[in-house]
Design a protein around this ligand. Structure first.
Ligand SMILES: [Zn+2]
Length: 504
């Protein structure tokens, strides 16, 4: 055989890579515009190799295999309100032109996508499905196998699945395995590139919506569903199974629990989906986790028991898109005159006022309560300014949920550390999901030394707080990420659906 044929075989696969990552909370005030996205274009994407993000994982794996990268764009934003149509259109134009430029008019051998899976704009409720449809409509990208990864909180659609070949979701919540999940799908792509036929995909959606508090992978029913899925993946004809509880705070027809199978044997895949669906239906109450009222912690706030009590306020869950400035639990602490407590709020105006006053000074502030109409509004408070510092910090935990979103560093913006009686307030200029203790330590606060820390999260904080907490208590307060789903004004969701419709 001639030299050219051998070169053909040895030629590294050309893999187009792109990212689009946003968890859209459609019940929040305001909107998410283009300026809210951080954007990597072309070769700048390749610099993420070696970091803790899913993109970093795929790049590392592909580099080991000698893949030739054709980078397009990576757009990502923190969870927030409905996306403006213009932001998605700008992404699409940018992605298309960068992808075409990278490919130089030659179709890629494969496409790899890093997605969230729960992105919605005002007129497109299934952004990922629309993105894939548009990609497939371009002759250059009509044929290449499309593989990729998505977040466990994705609201998967049939359209999304029909336009691609192999997707895998994170298995863990908190998302300690985002990078691993990305590598898993890349490994499956490698299988295909080395000669196995394209995998089949089957999606099963269920009439179940669980609040985020019910989607922890350490708790039932997610724990058992994942165990079953891991065993089923050993069956012949199966490649991967993803248990996808979805993102409840999104008013779309795709919102809710879905199950995704990939493999080579459609009937074996279908059998797995049916077994998993039956289990989920039978145990659906376990996932409907609603939090106890603020009064349930009144005594603890007055006299904290020994050890660190972590109080979780899911209604202001930053990782779910809430503003992180809710005052519900803060008000309860002030009323109880809680000793030795710490809370973090995002309030750039308060930081600016503290900076104007200077370190060591005392001032009166209207703190928090500005980000959601569901909150009671700012709390008037006299505080002392303990310190003023920049907020960029290196993540202590490279496998944290935060790393799945931002890589190795996070920037809280300018920060003010304030004190009011027994309460230490870390006030940031950028809302900061409480998924890494570097947030506190970089500002001079040791969380282990506190009696009470308030955490604005649902589940994802547990990876860092479980090891240091003597106890962890969830409480219900006003805010946009409340676990009581029946208080949300859904219009587009599945019907009937548990727990919202009696007939489900
Ligand atoms: Zn998630």
């Amino acid at each position: 055989m001639g030299h050219s044929n051998r070169r053909q075989i040895m030629k590294p696969p050309r893999v187009l890579i792109a990212g689009l990552f946003h968890e859209t909370h459609t019940f929040l005030d305001g909107s998410t515009g283009l300026a809210d996205f951080s954007v990597l274009r072309g070769d700048a994407m390749l610099a993420c190799s070696g970091d803790s993000s899913p993109l970093g994982g795929v790049l590392d794996f592909g580099n080991q295999q000698g893949w030739q990268w054709l980078p397009a764009v990576d757009y990502r934003a923190q969870p927030s309100a409905i996306v403006e149509d213009s932001a998605f259109e700008a992404f699409w134009q940018d992605c298309r032109s960068e992808a075409e430029a990278s490919c130089k008019d030659q179709a890629p051998d494969a496409i790899y996508l890093i997605l969230h899976g729960a992105m919605a704009s005002r007129s497109i409720l299934d952004i990922e499905g629309e993105f894939l449809r548009r990609l497939r409509a371009l002759p250059l990208f009509a044929q290449a196998p499309i593989f990729g990864v998505f977040d466990l909180h994705a609201n998967l659609s049939q359209e999304m699945i029909s336009f691609c070949d192999h997707l895998v979701g994170y298995r863990e919540n908190p998302h300690s395995d985002a990078r691993d999940a990305a590598i898993l799908s890349a490994r499956m792509l490698d299988r295909h590139l080395r000669g196995e036929p394209r995998p089949l995909q089957r999606l099963k959606t269920l009439p179940i919506i669980w609040p985020p508090t019910g989607t922890a992978s350490a708790d039932e029913p997610m724990r058992q569903l994942n165990l079953m899925a891991r065993q089923m993946e050993q069956r012949p004809g199966l490649w991967t199974l993803s248990i996808v509880p979805g993102f409840a705070f999104a008013d779309t027809p795709d919102t809710g629990l879905s199950l995704l199978a990939t493999g080579s044997d459609a009937s074996a895949m279908q059998a797995c989906l049916e077994e998993l669906a039956a289990y989920a239906q039978a145990h659906r109450e376990q996932g409907n986790r609603v939090d106890p009222p603020l009064e349930s912690v009144a005594e603890l706030l007055r006299r904290p028991p020994p050890g660190l009590s972590v109080l979780v306020e899911p209604s202001d869950n930053i990782g779910g898109g809430a503003p992180g400035d809710g005052t519900g639990l803060l008000r309860a602490m002030l009323q109880a005159d809680t000793p030795n407590a710490a809370i973090c709020l995002c309030d750039p105006a308060a930081v600016a006022a503290a900076m104007k006053a200077g370190e060591g000074s005392h001032l009166c502030l209207g703190l928090g309560g500005k980000g959601s109409r569901l909150d009671a509004g700012p709390v008037e408070l006299e505080v002392q300014v303990l310190s003023l510092k920049p907020g960029r910090f290196k993540l202590e935990d490279p496998n944290s949920h935060l790393a799945s979103m931002c890589g190795d560093h996070f920037d809280m913006g300018p920060c003010a550390l304030l004190q009011h009686r027994g309460i230490t307030l870390l006030v940031t200029s950028i809302k900061t999901p409480p998924f890494d203790l570097g947030q506190w330590r970089s500002q001079g606060v040791e969380p282990r030394e506190k009696s009470i820390i308030v955490v604005k999260a649902a589940v994802a904080h547990r990876r860092v707080y479980d090891p240091i907490a003597a106890r962890m208590l969830w409480v219900d307060s006003p805010g946009p990420c409340r676990s009581r789903l029946n208080e949300l004004p859904f219009r587009h969701r599945r019907r009937p659906c548990y727990p919202l419709d009696a007939e489900a």
